[in-house]
Write a protein that binds this ligand. Sequence first.
Ligand code: SAH
Ligand code: DHB
Ligand code: MG
Length: 221
Amino acid sequence: MSQQQWSAVDAYFTELLAPADEALEAALRESDAAGLPPINVAPNQGKLLHLIAQIQGARRILEIGTLGGYSTIWLARALPDGGRLVTLEYDPEHADVARANLARAGLAGVTEVRTGPALDSLPKLAAEDPEPFDLVFIDADKVNNPRYVEWAVKLTRPGSVIVLDNVVRGGAVTDPSSTDPSVIGTRQALELFARHPRLSATAVQTVGTKGYDGFALARVS
Ligand code: SAH
Ligand code: DHB
Ligand code: MG
């Protein structure tokens, strides 16, 4: 099995099941033009997030790690009338690109991009005592994944869903002696998923246009 084959199958699935439209295409084009790294979710992964949000009936979504807002568009399009999405982004240039992309997608009114380190934004958000989030998508700096999981549990309710991206680390996630901060952070988050009394979780490996990776999914009780 080769990357070429994984990409060909992803292209087939995407064209059939998660075809691009003008707003999604423009989001990627403008992100690229602004020099953002192409590390957004793949289209069929974006559609998976969209479906998870719909199946969950999510009215309030929190995303940690916006980039150019590509995953944000997929998630926000799942919101019912009156729904809202908050997305946290460290880099002000990424946040500006994302705001423009979300506005172009007609989602400016239901999304809010908050700039700054997520570990600063999360306590501020919590201090506003918001209604609990129904879905949290964690996709920022992997070293802080355990902190993000802790915050996600605080900001959700029984029945909420947490999705954690990029959990395979090229297979290094199995290495308990890894010194890679992303591996360490991801292992700590998965261990929290495993032992937290309010979480029930699994993790799945994936291949596709983005190579070999995977995601973890947890339900809050
Ligand atoms: N979810 C996006 C991809 C996010 S890439 C998509 O699939 O389309 C990860 C993003 O997290 C980058 O934009 C990066 O700037 C941001 N990030 C990194 N460290 C962060 C931090 N401490 N707080 C908030 N965002 C952070
Ligand atoms: C990287 C980050 C991501 O969120 C992702 O989906 C792929 C790659 C990265 O930092 O390289
Ligand atoms: Mg990711």
